[in-house]
Design a protein around this ligand. Sequence first.
Ligand code: SAM
Length: 214
Amino acid sequence: MRLRNVTGSREVIAESRYVVPEDSLHDMPGKWHALFGNQQPIHLEIGMGKGKFIHTMAMEHPEINYLGIEKYSTVLLRAVQKMEAMELPNLKFLRMDAEEITQVFGPGEVDRIYLNFSDPWPKDRHAKRRLPSKEFLARYDQILAKDGWIEFKTDNRALFDFAVEELQPAGWKAKVVTYDLHADPALMEGNVMTEYEEKFSAMGNPICKYVICR
Ligand code: SAM
């Protein structure tokens, strides 16, 4: 998801009070609870796109602090605009590449990670860039609390099969694996649809999901 030619998106992002300043991110490990001014659990969405999922989650769960990570300011701009329409005290955004995540969060500082419809990077030589790859799982392992977990949804079966195969070598266990989330009433309880989930499920694509822990 890359929106091109959004004039001034970098400047808007830099000035937004909803976005954690980029030049302070590497000073943030250990300071996220202080930023929110409370000790509530911290949940991340990595690759949040325009922020529909995380904005809805933050609205529905004021007892959780949410952080949305997005690589491109042109995309992040849409999430910022949503916050301008409805401000939420428990939601902030970070414009960064998730590859740097261990430099931005301290050990065990994050309680849950959501990966929603991550880019598939279909070429084998780009496998390390896939957000559910073992390389990324090793990064998540450093920042996630001992009893924390990761939830991943996608309609891309090849990416999902890859993600499931990465678990054992990386030392993770599946608590839930489904190849048709929307057909499972128990798993659908409390499910918040992402923008891509709405689009692809409307086209008839089954949605795969896993929940994993160590
Ligand atoms: N999660 C949203 C959804 O389900 O509707 C958006 C899905 S979109 C296919 C994937 C998003 O992840 C894009 O906006 C992309 O820029 C972002 N992304 C991909 N790799 C990333 C990375 N390494 N760090 C941060 N964001 C990333």
